[in-house]
Design a protein around this ligand. Structure first.
Ligand code: CAA
Length: 295
């Protein structure tokens, strides 16, 4: 594996590009927006600077990492060079299917096509390609440069060879991969999202306030963030989407999203990305401030 192409330069895409480039791979970062690519390079540079500041990376390595990333606004130019493509576009099944049809026709026969989806069926995505044995899930966690896990998801038709290649590659970038099978929510979100949903129900039913619920889980269970803060961090729209995929795909009412979550997303209160969710977010202010509605 020499060239890794990453599709989508948002939070996950730029984190994935950062890590592969840091470990010596040539990275092609693709996005339809040149402005988004520019912003992604700035974010990567800022995050590399944090590593330099704490002494885990040299300034020379920071420069070399950035130099290994080339940006593209069209897939046609990037995909033919790729040994592995990691798709990290918006969570929308029709969009992903469209991208995978395109990637399948542009990428060389040996290229593995991975998706960073948090909940969309790998099997369904693979079915639109002529190489379902080479399609796999590579689910990174946010923030990608910090979190050690890569959830490697085998679609129904993924070959053992593809899985082995991706497990080995994940270790090469200093991650800890775990192989799981393709059912709604996989393992990470099958377990995480019901916890978040239950925290939202506890708030909705008045069992506790935002700070109380998060404090119980932070200090009582040693979670780095409480479930409501984590939901804001993931994006409340993303949480709702994943719960709906699990509710529909598993057919069990225990996955039904809390009506409070539905209302918040419909009102545009999506967490950190929209400036308000369970907490309020202002640039430059690291202090956690509970949103007015929940005070
Ligand atoms: N790039 C590089 N380094 C970063 C970084 C980034 N994007 N973000 C944070 N860091 C580093 C910081 O430099 C700092 O390093 P040191 O401790 O060595 O100095 C460290 O990470 C901690 O950062 P901060 O001090 O800024 O803040 P913190 O202590 O509050 O930690 C956090 C931030 C790492 C995000 C922590 O709160 C945490 O682990 N939160 C939970 C994250 C989590 O659960 N992620 C999974 C979400 S679910 C998901 O992604 C999948 C899905 O499908 C929904």
């Amino acid at each position: 594996m020499k060239n890794i192409t990453v599709i989508g330069s948002g939070t996950m895409g730029n984190g994935i590009a950062h890590v592969f480039a840091q470990y010596g791979y040539e990275v092609s970062l693709v996005d339809i927006s040149a402005e988004a690519l520019q912003k992604a390079l700035q974010t990567i540079d800022k995050n590399l600077s944090r590593q330099v500041a704490k002494g885990s990376l040299s300034e020379a390595d920071q420069a070399a990492t950035l130099a290994r990333i080339t940006t593209y606004t069209n897939i046609e130019e990037a995909a033919p060079k790729a040994d592995l493509i990691v798709e990290a576009a918006t969570e929308n099944i029709e969009l992903k299917k469209k991208i995978f049809v395109q990637l399948d026709s542009l990428a060389p026969a040996h290229t593995i096509l991975a998706t960073n989806t948090s909940s969309i069926s790998i099997t369904q995505i693979a079915a639109v390609t002529k190489r379902p044995d080479k399609v796999i899930g590579m689910h990174f966690m946010n923030p990608v440069p910090v979190m050690k896990l890569v959830e490697v998801i085998n679609g129904y038709a993924t070959s053992a060879e593809t899985t082995e290649t991706i497990l080995a590659l994940s270790k090469n970038i200093s991650k800890v991969p775990t192989a799981v099978n393709d059912y709604p929510g996989f393992v990470a979100n099958r377990i995480l999202l019901p916890m978040i949903n239950e925290a939202i129900y506890a708030l909705y039913e008045g069992v506790g306030g935002v700070s109380e619920i998060d404090t119980v889980m932070k200090l009582g269970m040693a979670h780095p963030m409480g479930p409501l803060q984590l939901a804001d961090f993931i994006g409340l729209d993303v949480c709702l989407y994943i719960l709906r995929v699990m509710h529909e795909g598993l057919g069990n009412p225990k996955y039904a999203p809390c009506p409070l979550l539905v209302n918040m997303v419909e009102a545009g209160h999506k967490g950190v990305k929209s400036g308000i969710g369970f907490y309020e977010y202002q640039a430059g202010n690291k202090e956690l401030v509970v949103a007015p509605r929940f005070r």
